[in-house]
Design a protein around this ligand. Structure first.
Ligand code: ADP
Length: 267
């Protein structure tokens, strides 16, 4: 711990400067601690699938393993590899977002078109689980956003709605205009989130129920990525939920912010 602490008991500018330096030093140490905790969680997250892969590869390779068992183990290895690949892709995406390495390419996007393309992508997985996807959007609604990044946001949020909802329920993807704000929401009738967990769901690698989320291939990064992208558009994302009733994720894009550039016609 290399926290700086200046003890200057004075009420003048020098005293203020010392206080400012102390605050900065504390903030910096908190950041370092958060980074270390994040790295520790990442290595844990990477190690878990690797442990499964190694374990099942070992048993699959034993001479007394039957062909049926071997096939089963190979399926698990395939699943864990997919999970690991997705985890690494998401971590990379977050790292890029952190370093602003990708530029946000905003353009005037038809929300209707965006919804249709996202719905097309998620539909097979929804059908498979018999979850009905309702999509509603005014035909002429547009927003000044990066279509690819926003597609990612909607995919992450819709994927959660599907993962954490039982069969036979409805998920609604909705866009409405509220004064100068475009509001996009995704509502489900799923298991919901306990109130105590709500403040944390946008944190990296946070999952309400680790084992349940793992079953669904969840990494705890989907909402963190969605938040980064929405906020990089000066928008807001929030979540409301009632346990065993359902969850609504709400994304707000206010003209003024995300639309400002369109007024001057630039990208
Ligand atoms: P994951 O990859 O685990 O789904 P996310 O960052 O997308 O990670 O979400 C964080 C956690 O928030 C999830 O593990 C889950 O516990 C909870 N969660 C997110 N969306 C929903 C939802 N629609 N219904 C219930 N729980 C949800």
């Amino acid at each position: 711990n290399n926290e700086v602490s200046l003890h200057l008991d004075r009420n003048d500018e020098l005293g203020e400067l010392a206080n400012a330096i102390n605050t900065l030093s504390t903030d910096l140490n908190r950041l370092k601690q958060a980074r270390n905790e994040f790295l520790a969680s990442i290595s844990h997250e990477l190690r878990t699938p690797l442990t499964y892969i190694k374990g099942y590869a070992d048993i699959a390779g034993r001479p007394d393993t039957s062909d049926d068992e071997r096939r089963e183990y190979i399926d698990i290895i395939r699943e864990e590899t997919t999970h690991l690949t997705e985890l690494i892709r998401q971590l990379f995406e977050l790292a890029q977002l952190d370093h602003n390495q990708f530029s946000i390419r905003k353009e005037q996007v038809s929300i209707n078109r965006l919804f249709r393309s996202v719905a097309g992508l998620v539909r097979p997985a929804f059908d498979e689980k018999h979850i009905f996807l309702v999509v509603q959007c005014p035909p002429d609604m547009t927003a000044f956003i990066d279509p690819e990044r926003f597609q990612q946001v909607l995919l992450n949020v819709l994927d959660n709605a599907r993962k954490y909802s039982p069969e036979g329920t409805v998920v609604t993807l909705l866009a409405v205009q509220e004064e100068d704000t475009v509001v996009i929401s995704v509502s489900d009738e799923g298991e919901g989130i306990p109130e105590a967990a709500l403040p944390f769901v946008f944190e990296r690698l946070y999952r309400v129920d680790k084992s349940r989320s793992r079953q669904h291939g969840g990494s705890g990064l989907g909402l963190a990525i969605a938040k980064e992208i929405v906020e990089s558009h000066s928008g807001q994302i929030s979540i409301q939920s009632k346990q065993s009733k359902g969850t609504t994720v709400r994304i707000e894009l206010t003209r003024g912010d995300s639309f400002a550039e369109s007024a001057v016609g630039g990208r």
